[in-house]
Design a protein around this ligand. Structure first.
Ligand code: A2P
Length: 259
């Protein structure tokens, strides 16, 4: 339910952070072609004492590979950089609607899935109508849509749509890049439960049905970020944190931003 985000770590940072994270109990590691740290992530996985099957590795590919055959090339490049023989979850990183070829990319992903080259497929930053387009074109439901989700930008309608279709929601930048940690409703809930602000915000994501992938290079923070299953935010605390929605910087717009 909680994974390690690795943006913006370089190979060296990611190598150390992933090893610490695995030691702390993380089993889901999230990287991307665009982060340029797949080699570091892969080296950490190779050094870890765990069997490959105990880990769940997600990566994502860029717009350059948005074609039926291109996805296969993207998959091969990621496999080589990671040094793995399969990927657990492969995602289209951004829809890039101006390029307009994400349906072709998704058909390529569905083919990889049917061939057993990946264990699951999905999208990142896709809107409800783009997800509908993919499902209509292929009959294949994305396993995951990863979205920017934090108290600064709630996505209740998108999460409800995902749940209705059986798409699992992952939250990127679940801590709002740290910008939400000093907000009063967050610190008040942290004091009430005897936990940190980050733990409150991660718990808030989970209680809204979004599985967070917080980034931290710090071993103590990594461990604390997993330790969010021994308390529960009540309805008043949830509503107070919900009220932070829209109070931060604008989120990335997947209709115009992407790579
Ligand atoms: P660091 O890597 O130094 O721990 P997000 O995942 O929302 O993008 O947020 C990532 C940011 O939040 C990073 O700057 C990270 O810094 C910081 N961060 C991660 N975990 C914690 C924590 N438990 N307490 C405070 N800051 C954290």
């Amino acid at each position: 339910m909680i994974g390690l985000g690795t943006w913006p770590m370089d190979d060296t940072e990611a190598g150390a952070a992933v090893l610490h994270a695995i030691d702390a109990g993380y089993r889901l590691i999230d990287t991307a072609e665009n982060y340029r740290n797949e080699e570091g992530v892969g080296q950490a996985i190779a050094r870890s004492p765990l069997a490959r099957s105990e880990l769940f590795v997600t990566t994502k590919f860029n717009a350059e590979w948005h074609s039926y055959d291109g996805v296969r090339t993207a998959w091969r490049h990621s496999i080589e950089r990671l040094g793995l023989d399969y990927i657990d979850l492969l995602l289209i990183h951004w829809p890039n609607p101006a390029q307009g070829t994400y349906v072709d990319a998704y058909k390529g992903l569905a083919k990889l899935l049917s061939k057993g080259k990946v264990r699951a497929i999905g999208t990142s930053n896709f809107t409800q109508s783009q997800l509908t387009e993919l499902m209509d074109a292929t009959g294949v439901v994305p396993d995951v849509n990863q979205i920017q989700h934090s108290p600064l930008w709630m996505r209740a309608e998108d999460i409800a749509f995902h749940e209705q279709h059986g798409i699992f929601t992952q939250a990127w930048s679940p801590l709002g890049r740290g910008a939400v940690l000093d907000a009063e409703p967050v610190t008040a809930a942290a004091t009430a439960h005897g936990v940190t602000s980050a733990q409150v915000v991660l718990r808030w994501n989970l209680q809204h049905g979004a599985s967070p992938i917080p980034k931290s290079t710090d071993p103590e923070r990594q461990a604390a970020n997993l330790d969010v299953f021994s308390f529960e935010l009540d309805a008043v605390q949830m509503a107070a944190i919900d009220a932070l929605d829209g109070t931060g910087p604008a989120p990335a717009d997947p209709m115009s931003f992407g790579h």
